[in-house]
Write a protein that binds this ligand. Structure first.
Ligand SMILES: Cc1cc2nc3c(=O)[nH]c(=O)nc-3n(C[C@H](O)[C@H](O)[C@H](O)COP(=O)(O)OP(=O)(O)OC[C@H]3O[C@@H](n4cnc5c(N)ncnc54)[C@H](O)[C@@H]3O)c2cc1C
Length: 472
């Protein structure tokens, strides 16, 4: 009997350059795609992403239909699913996901398939270079970004790119399993996600449109504009990239077609390099997913202060630039990169709360959450990661606001309580004379919080805590 192709869709919710899908459509007359939804990964951990994934699957399902391929969404643990497969007349295809647990899972699934005599083929995932191919001359992994990227970029440029194939339209649609559910079953229980609909259109086509618009114009000013949160200065491609609605190779090749590759374009490509670096780090040092990469930080005297943690999460710290960032994330599922650094620094330095708390909260709220970038960047902010910002370099949230949101547009958008505050006080509203606060009918400490910590005191405590590491 003719063998059917089974494509396991993972973080590659697209048709274009989806190697597993394309190969299955070329090699078989009958193909079905499955998405295994393992709720262990999502419930109370990645709530925002449930919305994104549900929307992406809806869109992917209707695109696949045009090629006579069904998308079957199945709630299951992946290993259990493959262990329980009865129909052996299949050949399984998938693209890799570069997280230690997922690569480990691949190995286990391969064993199961071998035992059942089911054929399989897995392909390079959404990455420029397979991380194993990038090491120093002595075979050890890089821990510093610049030499890593110099080498990795060259390896990528020198690599022979496979000829781009296209998905083939099949004659007949098949369904292999009978336990599939509609994408809406993945949506979070809380209606929180409804707001995301105002900010994002989720489809493969949209990811290309977003990139095209960015490359038409904004990319040439990226080096300057990307630091100012009130400007639309970055590509906002992250949730698309994270869930594989677009392939990073496509982003790269579109950039390389630009005639004018100014310094801003270089800076943009560099950021893709940081993404590669993060993936390399978590795979070479998987222990960093659970703890500090720099072990001396294991003795850091973190504060356990639920009240302050809650104020930070809710955007009620009394520091407008911090609060604006936290509210932007809760409302839109995305936060500007500069502000991610500011709110991160505030949590680990001003509040001296363990970075893992911040990582966990970002994981739950960000549409672009990805394990590699999130963990590596939190450890970068906290000073305990690879090539990290030193812990003693402490962002002053007032000065950060005054420098990157000079006219307070970003703060006024996300902290509307302060929209009538004079620009001079927008990043330190507590300094406005009480008479004016009363006129504006926004009293600091009543209608908007007074700072939960005093910058200078918090800074000193952070530095003392850091010094205590050296004494131990
Ligand atoms: C504390 C903290 C947590 C973060 N968590 C995540 C996360 O979970 N997921 C995530 O994708 N990014 C994360 N970042 C990195 C960065 O903030 C986002 O990638 C970026 O803001 C996404 O917006 P963009 O697509 O407009 O980025 P652009 O500036 O347009 O960059 C293009 C792409 O490059 C990659 N990139 C950009 N900056 C970085 C970076 N510093 N490190 C690694 N890759 C980068 C992203 O894939 C991004 O989509 C985090 C940063 C910090 C400081």
């Amino acid at each position: 009997m003719e063998q059917k192709g089974l494509v396991w869709i993972r973080e590659d919710l697209r048709l274009e350059s989806n190697t597993a899908l394309i190969n299955a459509s070329i090699n078989h007359e009958k193909v079905s795609a499955i998405y295994l939804y393992n709720k262990e990964y999502f419930d109370n951990k990645r709530e925002a992403q449930k919305w994104w994934i549900s929307k992406s699957l809806e869109s992917l399902g209707s695109e696949l239909e045009k090629f006579n391929i069904n998308l079957e969404i199945i709630f299951s643990d992946e290993l259990k699913f493959f262990s329980d497969i009865k129909d052996k007349n299949i050949f399984v295809y998938w693209n890799k996901v570069y997280e230690p647990l997922q690569l480990d899972l691949d190995e286990k699934i391969i064993k199961v398939l071998n035992n059942k005599n089911i054929g399989y083929k897995n392909f390079k995932g959404n990455i420029l270079n397979e991380f194993q191919t990038i090491t120093k001359k002595d075979g050890t992994p890089f821990k510093v970004f610049s030499p890593f990227w110099r080498h990795a970029e060259q390896v990528y440029l020198d690599s022979i790119k496979p000829k781009e194939k296209k998905i083939r339209k099949l004659k007949k649609r098949i369904k292999i399993f009978n336990t599939d559910v509609a994408p809406k079953n993945i949506l979070p229980k809380k209606n929180w996600y409804l707001k995301f609909e105002n900010y994002w259109k989720v489809s493969e086509k949209e990811s290309h449109d977003q990139l095209r618009k960015f490359l038409e114009d904004r990319v040439f000013k990226y080096g300057r504009d990307r630091d100012f949160p009130s400007l639309n200065g970055s590509s906002k491609i992250s949730p698309y990239l994270r869930n594989g609605l677009i392939n990073v190779n496509t982003v790269w090749s579109q950039c390389s077609k630009l005639k004018n590759k100014n310094i801003s374009v270089r800076k943009y490509l560099n950021e893709l390099g940081w993404r590669e670096f993060s993936h390399s780090l978590i795979n070479y040092f998987p222990e960093m997913l659970k703890g500090n990469l720099r072990k001396e930080f294991d003795k850091f005297p973190w504060e356990k202060n639920q009240k302050n943690l809650k104020a930070w999460k809710n955007g009620l710290t009394g520091y407008p630039i911090v609060d604006a960032g936290m509210r932007q994330m809760y409302e839109t599922g995305w936060m500007h990169n500069r502000i991610r650094m500011v709110v991160g620094s505030f949590l680990v330095k001003h509040l001296r709360i363990d970075w893992k708390e911040g990582e966990k909260y970002f994981r739950n709220c960000l549409l672009d959450f990805n394990e590699a970038n999130n963990v590596a960047q939190w450890q970068w902010v906290a000073g305990c990661g690879a090539d990290a910002a030193p812990y003693f370099r402490i962002f002053n949230p007032i000065l950060q606001g005054e420098k990157f949101d000079k006219n307070g547009e970003y703060v006024k958008k996300w902290v509307p309580e302060l929209k009538n505050y004079p620009t001079k006080y927008i990043h330190k509203p507590w300094e406005l004379d009480i008479k004016y606060q009363e006129t504006l009918k926004i009293i600091i400490g009543k209608d908007y919080p007074a700072p939960i910590v005093v910058h200078e005191q918090a800074r000193k405590k952070a530095l003392d805590a850091f010094k205590s590491l050296k004494k131990n």
